[in-house]
Design a binder for this molecule. Structure first.
Ligand SMILES: [Zn+2]
Length: 171
């Protein structure tokens, strides 16, 4: 017998005896509820999940589960509180509420857009937004400013260091 047959047999017996054993599953879930996984355990899990793809069936199951959860207004509220303000992964300490320095005005923006031919540096469509390459709104030197369109500017919110490097190389 080769290994793959042995593995299949093993998985089948596991399914029958262990995974599909509801009584056992209940016991385990009661035992584990409220327990947090250690960082090491989580790391091991994430490594073992690399390359694993959920089947369409289980994806659909997850979608339905998520839908059920979101039907409950209490869950929706909890999620919005969880993601609001400083708990949001994109929160950078309130910098978007800081006022722009006076030098970053219409005139300067127009000059920058003029310099870049009113075109988005990334996609070459018409660009209306002047972006700070180093994400520092106080740094309004022309070398730190670049013209983007709305759609491309949206992309620069994530992966900041990558974009900074990209703009510094392309300008
Ligand atoms: Zn663009």
């Amino acid at each position: 017998m080769n290994n793959s047959i042995i593995k299949k047999k093993y998985l089948k017996s596991m399914k029958e005896k262990v995974w599909n054993n509801e009584e056992r599953n209940k016991k385990v879930s009661i035992k584990l509820s409220g327990k947090k996984k250690t960082i090491e355990h989580r790391k091991k899990l994430s490594i073992s999940h690399i390359g694993h793809k959920n089947s369409e069936n289980s994806k659909e199951k997850n979608r339905q589960k998520q839908k059920e959860i979101m039907k409950n207004p209490k869950n929706r509220l909890n999620l919005s509180i969880k993601n609001s303000l400083d708990k949001h992964p994109q929160w950078k300490g309130g910098i978007s509420f800081e006022p722009y320095p006076i030098s970053f005005n219409r005139k300067l923006k127009k000059l920058i857009r003029e310099r870049d031919n009113f075109k988005c540096i990334i996609c070459k469509n018409i660009g209306n937004i002047v972006h700070h390459i180093d994400y520092n709104k106080k740094n309004c030197s022309p070398e730190n400013l670049i013209t983007l369109c709305r759609s491309c500017h949206g992309k620069t919110i994530h992966n900041r260091s990558t974009w900074r490097k990209y703009f510094n190389e392309t300008k």
